[in-house]
Design a protein around this ligand. Structure first.
Ligand code: PHE
Length: 340
């Protein structure tokens, strides 16, 4: 009798377990059948009243029934969990063909960009790009450029002097001297680089800025050659025809020396705040190389002559991008740099 009831309980419970449609239903079956005071428990209690030989037989049947139902419950629970996971994976899909976000790319500083553009331009005109050290000798920065001992540029105010008599170069012109020493005539060279002056810093003055020096030495070089190269240079920079004029300017290493102005690109010469109403903007100092300079670097001025110019790269970048404060260029402020 008992045996049959147990079998009925087991098969009935199995059906309920297999047809359960939720974890709650499963749990209800578990409590009812396997829980404390559940149906199986009742059978275990009845079993205690049986004679010993029947008791052990009933015990075996009860235990195997219990194990079978526990196993079935566990398997159904697992099936529910698997189905839930599958449903979740079906909902959230991953497109493995989508391009990944690339690494953030930096970009070149505007001064570096202009410098490289000009290097390419001059290389195409047969000029060699030379490099010089930022720590220079007094000889190459001043003496060999015919800058007399009492010239104001040597003043403690303008030059960062270093221990041992060397200095931080105040312009890129000492690379002219290096070019003449190393390569000799005929010579076409440019030298971009960083220069230093002991200035108090404000919106238009920095202690550190960039220049691009140029020098050409050959036979019968004239102001016409100088003008040709300067106009080519400026047209490349500003991407349009520019009108230039030369004014006399004094630099000990050139004779004659000039200040080259361009007709203001903003107002076309009519006068505006950029050209301070003058219609012209001072852009680059230049001139024919002073014979003394050639001689001091071992070049015979009877046979050779040349021109030289010094372009302010920092100034140029400021004009090209309408930057009104020079301190921004070296300030390292990412918000400023990200605009380029
Ligand atoms: N070296 C000069 C300066 O920094 C500029 C210059 C270069 C002038 C070459 C004439 C020729 O002021």
């Amino acid at each position: 009798m008992l045996e049959q009831s147990i079998q009925e309980l087991e098969s009935g419970s199995q059906r309920r377990i297999q047809s359960a449609s939720s974890l709650e239903e499963l749990e209800a079956v578990r409590v009812e059948v396997l829980g404390r005071k559940g149906a199986l428990d009742q059978f275990f209690k009845q079993m205690g009243k049986l004679p010993p030989d029947e008791r052990s037989r009933a015990g075996k049947i009860l235990n195997s029934c219990k194990q079978a139902l526990e196993g079935a419950l566990e398997a159904r629970k697992q099936a529910f969990a698997d189905a839930a996971l599958r449903a979740k994976l079906d909902r959230e899909w991953l497109d493995l063909t989508l391009p990944a976000p690339g690494p953030r790319r930096g970009h070149l500083h505007p001064i570096t960009r202009i410098q490289r553009e000009l290097e390419e331009l001059f290389a195409s005109l047969g000029f060699t790009v030379l490099d010089g050290p930022e720590v220079e000798t007094e000889w190459r920065n001043f003496d060999a450029l015919n800058i007399p001992l009492d010239h104001p540029a040597r003043d403690m105010q303008d030059t960062f002097w270093l221990d041992g008599g060397n200095l931080l170069r105040t312009h890129t012109s000492p690379v002219q001297v290096r070019g003449m020493e190393r390569l000799g005539p005929p010579l076409r060279m440019i030298a971009p680089g960083r220069v230093f002056r002991n200035e108090s810093v404000d919106a238009s003055h920095e202690h550190t800025f960039y220049q691009l020096e140029g020098m050409m030495i050959d036979r019968d070089v004239s102001v016409a050659h100088l003008l040709y190269f300067m106009k080519t240079l400026l047209t490349a920079i500003f991407k349009r025809d520019v009108t230039v004029r030369l004014r006399p300017g004094y630099f000990p290493f050139v004779e004659p020396g000039f200040e080259l102005d361009i007709k203001c690109l903003i107002c076309g010469g009519a006068g505006c705040p950029v050209c301070k109403q003058g219609g012209w903007v001072e852009l680059l100092p230049c001139g024919l190389v002073n014979p003394n300079v050639l001689r001091m670097s071992g070049i015979d001025p009877e046979e050779w002559n040349g021109f030289a110019f010094g372009l302010g790269l920092t100034r140029l970048v400021m004009m090209r991008y309408a930057i009104d404060d020079i301190r921004q260029l070296q300030g390292g402020d990412v918000r400023f740099l990200e605009q380029f």
